[in-house]
Write a protein that binds this ligand. Structure first.
Ligand code: ZN
Length: 81
């Protein structure tokens, strides 16, 4: 098996990690990926920031999946060349 997951797989895991903890294996895989991939590191930082921003700003983490997805989509758009 390969330790290197795709960027798509990585971003899926990172996004899910905002809602519930990843398994040890998933954590391991995302960590390796982010050591090697600058784009995904940036991506994780950005969505991490978005999540924190909403928690701080509205003192809630009941931000709907829809809203979160919209934010992530727009970030993805910004980051693609
Ligand atoms: Zn990547």
């Amino acid at each position: 098996m390969s330790f290197m997951i795709s960027c798509k797989e990585n971003s899926r895991l990172v996004t899910r990690a905002l809602d519930k903890p990843l398994s040890l294996r998933e954590k391991f895989l995302t960590r390796i990926h982010m050591v090697l991939c600058k784009v995904c590191r940036l991506y994780a930082q950005q969505i991490g920031w978005v999540d924190q921003f909403f928690k701080k700003r509205f003192h809630t983490d009941t931000l709907g999946d829809n809203a979160k997805e919209k934010m992530i989509k727009s970030l993805e758009k910004e980051m693609s060349p």
